[in-house]
Design a protein around this ligand. Structure first.
Ligand code: ZN
Ligand code: ZN
Length: 356
């Protein structure tokens, strides 16, 4: 299996002025901000119900929806009575058909999804507009919605439940940002304080894509080759393992290996941003349960652990990194909202059925 690829960072869930519950957030403001902060990709996922399904005639048709620097997805937030899902695609697709079938049976939506070749991502599973569709449709799940960490623990629990049931489903974040700063402070709305507390990249989803294309990003997200960071200046976390005992860490997040009955060496690696010398803790979760907490070495930015995955059952391991938030100067109130949660990995899997 090839390991060539590139880590790319972005945000899969944003609202522009084409969502009627947004404020001071034209497309050009979002894209300009993302370009200035070095993001690689972006999805503006406006509420389709606000334009009766015609996102192609609104967000996608906005002359500002273009960038020389960013990979911009075609997509929308399917906003249905039973919940929200983000539809993502590298190329334009018939979103009107998705919207018009939003109340259809899930098996019909699965067929429609396959017909259109779109990526279906479950949004904020347990908020008031929860994800009321089957997870068997979903290619990925939003486990961290907005900069506010504490309310997302319940979303992570839903994901853990799905993983424990034998499903391998890639996790992502999404800022779900709706509000920008007005040009004139006199035009502030009650929502304006949101603009400096939750915006592009709170949280940031990093994906390990085979190449710098939108198709490769969606494939990586689906495969769980991704991690989520509270903001783009935090350390990126990777969980790797040596499952075959040859001394090489050949497993990366999203991989599935047979359990041999021998000990497996795991490694947690921080890279990119973060605060030099800071104390980061890694909480290891195995099969939905806390497994261990280990300190990341501040010099090497690595922590190690080992375990023997059961030969007669499925196992998964994932990590959450706690510590101080890196400064996100343009979104200064996001740091307190994210509390101690710095980053989350996707899992490593053992004995999972790839044909589940
Ligand atoms: Zn939503
Ligand atoms: Zn949304």
């Amino acid at each position: 299996m090839g390991r060539e690829g590139i880590w790319l960072k972005g945000d899969f869930h944003l609202h522009s002025r084409h969502s009627s519950d947004s404020s001071h957030n034209p497309v050009e403001k979002i894209i300009g901000f993302a370009e200035a902060h070095g993001f690689d990709y972006l999805a503006i996922t406006d509420h389709d119900v606000h334009v009766a399904g015609d996102v192609a005639g609104h967000t996608w048709a906005d002359p500002a929806y273009r960038s020389e620097k960013l990979l911009l997805f075609y997509g929308a937030e399917l906003t249905a009575p039973r919940g929200h899902a983000n539809i993502l695609s590298a190329e334009p697709y018939n979103h009107q058909r998705v919207f018009d079938h939003r109340n259809a049976r899930d098996w019909d939506l699965l067929t429609l999804k396959r017909d259109l070749g779109i990526h279906w991502s479950a949004n904020h599973p347990v908020t008031s507009n929860h994800y009321g569709f089957s997870f068997d449709i979903a290619d990925s799940i939003e486990i961290w919605n907005t900069s506010v960490w504490p309310k997302n623990a319940a979303n992570v629990r839903v994901w853990d439940n799905m993983l424990l049931s034998g499903r391998m489903i890639g996790a992502r974040g999404g800022s779900d940002a709706h509000h920008g700063l007005p040009e004139d402070p006199a035009d502030a709305t009650p929502w304006t304080p949101e603009a400096t507390a939750n915006y592009v990249g709170t949280p940031t989803t990093w994906v390990f894509a085979a190449e710098r294309t939108k198709t490769a990003i969606l494939a990586a997200l689906c495969a769980g080759r991704a991690c989520i960071c509270a903001n783009p200046y935090n350390p990126r976390v990777a969980l790797v393992a040596d499952a075959d005992g040859d001394g090489t860490m050949e497993m990366m997040m999203g991989d599935n290996a047979p359990a041999t009955g021998r000990p497996v060496q795991f490694e947690i690696r921080l890279s990119e941003g973060g605060i030099a010398g800071a104390a980061y803790q890694a909480h290891i979760i195995k099969n939905r349960q806390p497994f261990a907490t280990v300190a990341i070495d501040p010099q090497t930015r690595i922590a190690r652990f080992s375990d023997i995955p059961a030969q007669d059952a499925t196992s998964y391991y994932r990590v959450e990194i706690d510590g101080p938030q890196a400064i996100y100067a343009d979104i200064p109130y996001s740091m307190a909202q994210s509390a101690q949660k710095v980053a989350l990995s996707n899992p490593l899997y053992f004995n999972y059925d790839p044909d589940f």
